[in-house]
Design a protein around this ligand. Structure first.
Ligand code: ATP
Length: 903
């Protein structure tokens, strides 16, 4: 194996070709602002203002480098995420089935395929049971192809017609099979296509696209304003060069150049924070949508529960048995009602039903249990593994069953069928035996008889079996029914062929403990105004019991309509459907198509829906949901492909964590915008006023460039590292239709801009009358802008709480950034070279004092404004009520607009 791996290389495709670094660097120059800057560099150069020209070019270069580094880091972070969701393959090595990373596959390996798998390498099929594969990724043909290992094809058969092959990257839609790997990695058909195209994911999201077009429109508007300003200056008879410089200053100052980069960075930081909490984002827009989620529709098995099944009871018409032991270890016994261990051979006909039931669990299965490194592990579905273990506890080990009842054919399990059946040969009697297991209702539909007390066939007593199933499910146990049939010459395993021909043998009930963190996470979601609904294929009674244990239902007698079954859903009149769905908390025995309709109905009610799924048939619902969430550990590759987010630990609590992080990302974006725009508006207005009144500019264009560049990097970006606000999960979800900036936020930004303009003019005038030269007064005004930006930065760290309450060291990056900025200001003010380049001059301590006083006054005004606007805190009771409201989105809070991520 190792030698083959060395020879053929890992079964992986090289990372998609990325645009070269030089092109990516040049792309940074493709921005309206940069054109303005380059234009002004040319003009200042022509005018012989070499210092200004040099500064402008330096800023252009710096801007390009910073943009390049930020973009590369964001892309790198996303790239790293991809490797977190590693695909695995089931192979037969050393005579037993094992799970290995797909990268380790080599030609010659035998891979086992099941519905929902992504084919890990090109393989010649050796076995197939109703195997149907979606090859659209390879051939573009959207209709799944039925595969058959038996056919032999001529040499030049085109890929799309090779029915005896399975190709890497295509998806198993139904059935099962196996094949011998013939090509891996770049040698596969997919590898060939990959070499031809190779593309990297884009970093665009609805928000970044919207912001990019917003800043383009803004740029054009500002340029128009700059032209008008230039014209006014000329008409007033001012010096053309000076007026031109002023117009450039206006443009440069007012354009929020750092905005698109800051948004991408904030999103990228959000993505890596989510990854640390085990939620891997596959599509960047999901980060935005998560913050607006109003409903989470979650699976039961594996998400709210641990998906570690242990059969604890077997019910047969002849009596109930207890199964001892825990986990997948076969240490344990099957005990009869009197507590005596059962002996399947000695106890005769009375245990016939038990024996057949356990046999179905052991033989009608694709799971296996193995012991390695001192631990018991499973390959395959935990439900099936639990039944394999239960049979082994009574002596029906997998090896023995395999030898006594070799399998001839399989009807694989699917969520639509809700059962699985296999055909075997009884090596003792040479009879053909059918074994089946599945949801009790489905299995009973296939049966006409049951095994009675002494092992004889008696008519099926549906009511009694049903009552027993409900009783077991009511204890929170997952119940599967089993059946058998001895049929002469039977080969047809299709549902129609089996219907009414089988004999019911028993019910196996398994324990699947709720996840520890689930109840707390459900509570947290509800207090955050996010409703949690369970959608499961399991029995209503099991679902209800688990819903109680995880706090999804708080009443022991839930109101009517709180629990709906698939059958209920089909009978609700269309006009009442959405309302009924919105009110219900638990949906049981739901089919994948019904899931899709549920998401649709919830979205029609205005909800932003996060929906979990793991099966192959969940893909449409995952795609329809605003955020499709797939299970990283137990989910199928098909589901992962369709999802926006993958949970590496399958845990419900991780969805809650992602929602929390999503809200944090939005907060930080809003904070950045609220912080950056006032400086831009302030700078633009200061220049406008100067030209309108025909006075000297209080700040020069190169100085404005300095402020914008240094503060965006040293101060603004640090907001992306801001920790989440404490009450983040006690406020309602933000309305995705809420405008980009709320009125409250716009008012605050205008207030800060006005304070900046007023403060800088007042200071500039004071300095001038105090006898300061133009350069010194400008240095004072420039420093005032920066100091106010620093003070205001602390205020922007929270959208509602006052700066004092946050604590200085809760974001160490801010402290570092401020220190760097202040050092830079000192250098700008006191270093002769900086003075020469930027036209600054040293200022005295009294000027610094005035700067501090003005900045403090401005900050106090902002703090008072914040205090007055703060919404009164809400109690959890209100939130609970909100949880049941048809459209539970709140309207408060500052925010940005994001369109719904529906595809
Ligand atoms: P959830 O949607 O919460 O994961 P689930 O696992 O019960 O719930 P499905 O996988 O759709 O949902 O299963 C539906 C029903 O089919 C189960 O309740 C069970 O009765 C039956 N079932 C599940 N797995 C198998 C299997 N491997 N073989 C036969 N029947 C099964």
């Amino acid at each position: 194996m190792r030698r083959r791996l060395d020879r053929y290389g890992p079964n992986a495709l090289p990372p998609a070709r990325r645009t070269s670094a030089a092109v990516r660097l040049l792309r940074q120059l493709h921005h309206p602002l940069i054109y303005v800057l380059l234009g002004s560099a040319v003009v200042t150069g022509l005018l012989g203002e070499w210092v200004d020209c040099g500064v402008i070019l330096g800023v252009v270069a710096l801007n390009a480098v910073v943009g390049f580094i930020q973009e590369s880091q964001a892309e790198g972070a996303l790239e790293g995420l991809r490797s977190m969701v590693r695909t695995r393959a089931r192979v037969v090595r050393d005579g037993r089935e094992q799970v290995v990373p797909s990268d380790d596959l080599v030609p010659g390996d035998v891979v086992v395929l099941d519905a929902g798998d992504k084919i890990p390498a090109d393989a010649r099929l050796t076995r197939s049971a109703r195997l149907s594969i979606d090859e659209s990724a390879l051939t573009g043909e959207s209709v799944p192809v039925d595969k058959d290992e038996v056919v032999v094809l001529p040499d030049l058969t085109p890929v799309a017609d090779r029915h005896n092959m399975a190709y890497s990257g295509t998806l198993v839609i139904a059935g099962s099979g196996a094949g011998v790997v013939v090509a891996t990695g770049t040698g596969t058909e997919l590898g060939e296509i990959h070499r031809l195209v190779g593309a990297a994911d884009s970093l665009d999201t609805p928000l970044t696209v919207k912001l990019a077009s917003f800043s383009k429109i803004l740029t054009v508007a500002i340029l128009a304003l700059a032209v008008v300003t230039f014209a006014i200056g000329l008409l007033r008879g001012q010096d053309p060069v000076e007026t031109f410089t002023a117009a450039i200053a206006l443009a440069v100052g007012a354009i929020p150049e750092g905005l698109p980069a800051a948004v991408t960075i904030t999103l990228a930081i959000g993505v890596s924070r989510m990854a640390r909490r085990r939620a891997v984002i596959r599509r960047l827009p999901a980060v935005e949508t998560l913050g607006s989620t109003t409903v989470i529709c979650t699976d039961k098995t594996g998400t709210l529960t641990q998906n570690e099944m242990t059969v604890t009871a077997v019910w047969t018409p002849a009596g109930e048995y207890a199964v001892t032991g825990s986990g997948y270890e076969s240490a344990g016994t099957v005990l009869d009602a009197a507590g005596h261990p059962v002996d399947l051979h000695e106890d005769g006909g009375t245990v016939a039903a038990l024996r057949w039931s356990l046999l179905a669990g052991a033989a009608c299965t694709d799971a296996s249990v193995h012991h390695a490194d001192g631990r018991w592990g499973i390959v395959g579905d935990p439900t099936e593994a639990a039944m394999v273990v239960a049979a082994a506890k009574a002596g029906l080990t997998a090896d023995r069953v395999g030898a006594d009842y070799p399998r001839l054919a399989t009807l694989p399990f699917s969520s639509e069928l809700q059962y699985m059946a296999t055909l075997h040969e009884d090596t003792d009697t040479h009879d053909r035996v059918i074994l089946a297991k599945g949801a009790a209702e489905r299995i009973l539909d296939l049966c006409h008889a049951q095994l009675g007390d002494d092992g004889d066939l008696v008519p099926l007593d549906r009511a009694v079996v049903h009552a027993a199933a409900v009783d077991l499910a009511g204890r929170g146990l997952r119940v599967l029914a089993t059946a058998m049939g001895v049929l002469d010459g039977a080969t047809d395993l299709s549902g129609d062929g089996l219907s009414g021909r089988l004999t019911f043998t028993g019910l196996q009930a398994m324990h699947d403990p709720p996840r520890e963190a689930a109840a707390a996470a459900v509570r947290a979601c509800r207090s955050a105004g996010v409703a949690v609904k369970m959608i499961t294929g399991d029995h209503a009674a099991t679902a209800t019991a688990i819903a109680h244990r995880t706090g999804l239902l708080d009443d022991d007698n839930p109101p009517s309509g709180a629990v709906l079954t698939g059958t209920d859903l089909d009978t609700i009149p269309p006009d009442r459907y959405a309302d009924a769905v919105d009110r219900a908390h638990v949906f049981a025995r739901v089919s994948p198509e019904q899931k899709l309709r549920l998401v649709d109905a919830l979205q029609d009610r205005g909800h932003v829906v996060a929906m979990t799924g793991d099966g192959v048939n969940d893909a449409p619902a995952l795609q329809q949901a605003d955020i499709g969430v797939a299970m990283g550990a137990s989910g199928t590759e098909v589901a992962k492909d369709a999802a926006d987010m993958v949970l590496t630990d399958d845990d419900f609590a991780t969805i809650k964590a992602a929602v929390e992080e999503g809200r944090g990302v939005f907060d930080n974006l809003t904070k950045f915008i609220a912080w950056t725009l006032p400086t831009n508006i302030g700078e633009g207005l200061v220049i406008l006023v100067a030209i309108a009144f025909g006075t000297a500019l209080p700040i020069l264009p190169t100085q404005i460039l300095w402020i914008n560049m240094t503060t965006a990097v040293a101060l603004g970006l640090m907001l992306a590292f801001e920790p989440k606000e404490p009450g983040i999960m006690t406020r309602p979800p933000r309305d995705p239709d809420q405008p980009l900036l709320t009125n409250a936020l716009i008012a605050r930004m205008l207030l800060v801009s006005a304070l900046l303009v007023g403060g800088s003019w007042w200071l500039f005038a004071w300095e001038r009358t105090d006898g300061a030269g133009l350069a010194e007064a400008r240095t004072a005004a420039l420093n005032l802008f920066v100091v106010v930006a620093v003070f205001y930065l602390f205020s922007c760290r929270s959208l509602t709480r006052s700066a004092w309450r946050i604590g200085l060291f809760t974001n160490r990056w801010i402290v570092v950034g401020v220190a760097v900025q202040l050092l830079a200001q000192l250098a700008l003010t006191y270093l002769p070279t900086m003075n020469a380049v930027f036209g600054t001059e040293p200022i005295g301590a009294d000027t610094w004092l005035r700067i501090l006083v003005i900045a403090t006054l401005a900050t106090t005004v902002v703090a008072v404004d914040k205090r007055l606007r703060r919404a009164p805190a809400r109690g959890p009771k209100d939130d609970r009520r909100r949880d049941h409201r048809p459209s539970p989105r709140g309207s408060g809070g500052d925010g940005l607009e994001v369109r719904r991520g529906r595809r």
